[in-house]
Design a protein around this ligand. Structure first.
Ligand code: BES
Ligand code: ZN
Length: 453
């Protein structure tokens, strides 16, 4: 890990400041009382920083996090809820005066299903990709306790039954293969760690038999059903085909119009979530900050082009951002100087006191250096840490040759994420308005320092 604490990097900082002075003198504007006050608190900030900071509104961003995570809720790629989030973003951008493009793209087939017991209790189930499907009415069968799912855990008894297998010891793919070899009609894998939602195991495949994932609590309840005998479960798995996700794109052209010749800066954030997670931190937070920057930066003259890419289907392999960069022309890629991606910027988790700047190669680039210089000027309270990490949409930009950074809150040194990550607890209760504001100020002022006249 390379740590670039704000005070430790004066050489690099000086270089950035010199470079940024090439972009011209600050524009004149009448400073609001609000701006004057916030500038007084951050004496190093410039008037161009204050044009952004004075207007970034924490309450508005919190409302947007609430709408996305609570009113809509989990926004799984390809679902109606994800589309609803996309429509919300599109309408909001239109209300700010943008012409908005909806960019649709296909995502791989998805398996989805249901599970209930013979006494009609619904059991939460996740169907991993690679599972087989069932007839419409599902398969109804007794369960077979296959322990950890090792070959030796299966007897002739397993044939035609649904194998109930605990997580642990051997890979999921081996557990499922052993069940197939034993003639099982289906597989249910239960967690060995107590978590509120079923995990999403990587099982390999595709298999001919259906496979479901359930929680530890559900697995233990079903084990008792086996002991009680004569109980069956019904597992239904359906393949969904021709599924679509979408990106929402808004462009702010340079003024006066220099379309087609200027540099481009991309701001991005994914709006989808994993199943069962309201995705308040991951990533209603980044979405709300990006929306707020679209509002704040809209009317300011700039000599560079700014593009907002709200992307779908990140959680199933960065699909939205991959599609977005694939649709840029060679000329547009050449003109692209930076990507500022935000993913998990608003957690209230007390240990996440640092803002990590993740780059794929761990190296500084124009985006990280601009952010560092901006943090120094405006007095960003949190420590910024440069860190090597992929796993978010900055990867797609990096792979296209565009200098990219992902901003994410983490615990310093350990780089731990909040414990609510990818769980039903990733709700607005664990979002900090103050940290949303900090991200909006930092990234907004950074971007503005790059694009302004
Ligand atoms: N926001 C998360 C996690 C994340 C972001 C981790 C940036 C590290 C840096 C992101 O949405 C996520 O969960 N990513 C997946 C990988 C992705 C390619 C499906 C992950 O980390 O498991
Ligand atoms: Zn995310």
């Amino acid at each position: 890990m390379m740590k670039v604490g704000k005070k430790a990097s004066s050489v690099m900082l000086a270089a950035v400041l010199t470079a940024s002075s090439l972009y011209g003198v600050p524009v004149q504007f009448v400073q609001s009382a609000e701006a004057a006050q916030s500038q007084a608190e951050n004496p190093g900030s410039k008037s161009f920083d204050q044009k952004v900071i004075a207007r970034v509104d924490a309450a508005r961003m919190m409302e947007d996090v609430r709408y996305l995570s609570e009113t809509i809720g989990p926004r799984v790629a390809g679902t109606e809820a994800e589309k609803e989030a996309a429509n919300f973003i599109r309408k909001r951008l239109e209300s700010y005066g943008y012409t908005v493009e909806t960019q649709e793209f296909s995502i791989p087939d998805k398996m989805a299903g249901g599970l209930h017991t013979s006494d009609l209790k619904e059991v939460l189930v996740t169907i991993p990709s690679g599972s087989g499907s069932t007839p419409e009415e599902g398969i109804t069968s007794e369960l077979y306790d296959a322990g950890l799912g090792r070959a030796a855990d299966f007897s002739e008894e397993a044939s035609g039954k649904i194998a109930l297998i605990s997580r642990g010891d051997i890979p999921f793919s081996e557990k499922v293969s052993n069940a197939v070899n034993a003639g099982a009609a289906g597989v249910l894998i239960y967690n060995n760690v107590d978590q509120p939602a079923p995990m999403n195991p990587s099982i390999g495949g595709p298999y001919t038999i259906p496979v479901g994932s359930i929680t530890k609590a559900s697995g233990e309840a079903l084990l008792q059903d086996i002991a009680a005998q004569n109980k069956t479960v019904t597992l239904t798995v359906k393949r969904f085909q021709n599924i679509k996700s979408q990106n929402i794109i808004a462009i702010k052209n340079p003024k006066p119009n220099k379309d087609g010749e200027t540099d481009i800066v991309h701001i991005s954030a994914h709006f989808d979530s994993v199943p069962f997670a309201p995705g308040a931190s991951d990533n209603a937070s980044g979405t709300a900050v990006a929306l707020e920057l679209a509002r704040v930066l809209k009317s300011y003259p700039a000599d560079k082009e700014l593009r907002f890419a709200f992307v779908g289907a990140e959680e199933i392999g960065l699909l939205g951002s991959k599609h977005y960069v694939s649709q840029l022309s060679g000329n547009e890629v050449e003109r692209s100087i930076a990507n500022f991606n935000m993913d998990m910027v608003g957690t209230a988790w007390e240990n996440a006191t640092a803002i990590y700047m993740n780059t794929l190669d761990g190296q500084a680039n124009i985006a990280t250096e601009t952010a560092l210089a901006t943090a120094e000027r405006i007095g960003t309270p949190s420590e910024l840490v440069l860190y090597q990490r992929g796993a978010s949409d900055h990867v797609s930009f990096h792979d296209a040759g565009i200098p990219a950074v992902n901003f994410i809150r983490r615990e310093p040194v350990t780089a731990n994420l909040e414990p609510y990550y990818h769980t039903p607890l990733d709700s607005i209760d664990h979002i900090s308005a103050e940290r949303m504001k900090e991200a909006g100020d930092l990234i907004g002022a950074s971007v503005y320092s790059l694009i302004r006249k």
